[in-house]
Design a protein around this ligand. Structure first.
Ligand SMILES: Nc1ncnc2c1ncn2[C@@H]1O[C@H](COP(=O)(O)OP(=O)(O)OP(=O)(O)O)[C@@H](O)[C@H]1O
Ligand SMILES: [Mg+2]
Length: 240
């Protein structure tokens, strides 16, 4: 589904992402963790075209997407959310999700068709009773669900989530996590998920990638990652 090969991204003298390679299979749910500033968001930006890599390539669903624009990549089915919630707050929940169906998807739908399509995902995330409510009246947790629905309405094959759980209570994170797991299990969509709440990642993903100072320092099942000394060191900040 996704093949990232030797991707590097520098900002001046800083190598934010350093020669990172990994693959992600169809219908896999993969976690991406690492301390603050590890380069997780920069890697997402390099993959989805917001800030293309200085070196390396990204292949998605059988073709190279390196150097394509974010909207072109989105239309091919690689859809992401952002670390800071970005709902359209003066628009209703359905209008928010409709933007995904109309502008995010490469599919050719009439507005009534797009509206039906969007409604499906408003229900999928459990917000049908708020369909006509402006996003500004929702809780942060509900707005995160709107972002998931908007992403889903864009017809992703792969959904990339950048710390969608940040700022939520443990119970809200559990609810959001359950929705993320359903996205893979019920819709068959692959998910690449950055989260600081390591328990959510460890309890629910097939595989975990660990970035530290721009480099991929570990990759394995949650159990393997939990026993990895290099990962423990990166998180505890040990300096040899
Ligand atoms: N546009 C930019 N210009 C200059 N430096 C940047 C830019 N974007 C990111 N960086 C730097 O690159 C490094 C990686 O940042 P990045 O945001 O990718 O980390 P992150 O793993 O997502 O961190 P967090 O967990 O805090 O979100 C940091 O040192 C950051 O300051
Ligand atoms: Mg980040």
């Amino acid at each position: 589904m996704l093949t990232v090969s030797e991707v590097t991204k520098t900002f001046g003298g800083l190598t934010a992402v350093d020669d990172v390679s990994f693959t992600l299979e169809s219908e896999e749910l993969v976690g991406l963790i690492g301390p603050n500033g590890a380069g997780k968001t920069t890697l997402f930006n390099a993959i989805n075209g917001i800030s293309p890599p200085d070196a390396g390539t990204v292949r998605f669903d059988g073709t190279s997407i390196t150097g394509l624009k974010p909207n072109q990549i989105c239309h091919r089915g690689l859809v992401r959310t952002f670390q800071i919630v970005r709902t359209f707050n003066e628009s209703t929940v359905l209008e928010n999700v409709l933007t995904g169906a109309v502008f995010g998807s490469g599919a050719d739908r009439s507005i009534p068709e797009a509206r039906e399509h969007a409604r499906k995902f408003v229900s999928f995330v459990g917000l049908e009773e708020f369909e006509g409510t402006d996003a500004r009246h929702l809780t942060m947790a509900q707005r995160k669900h709107v972002e998931l629905a908007r992403g889903l309405a864009a017809d992703p094959k792969l959904l990339m989530l950048d710390e969608i759980g940040s700022g939520l209570t443990p119970q809200e994170i559990d609810e959001l996590t359950a929705t993320i797991v359903r996205i893979r299990d019920e819709l068959g969509i692959s998910v690449l998920w950055i989260e600081h709440v390591v328990e959510a990642i460890m309890g629910n993903t097939d595989r975990v990638l660990v970035l530290n100072e721009g480099s991929l320092i570990a990759e394995g099942t949650p159990a393997e990652i939990q026993e990895n000394d290099r990962v423990a060191q990166a998180y505890l900040g040990d300096s040899e």
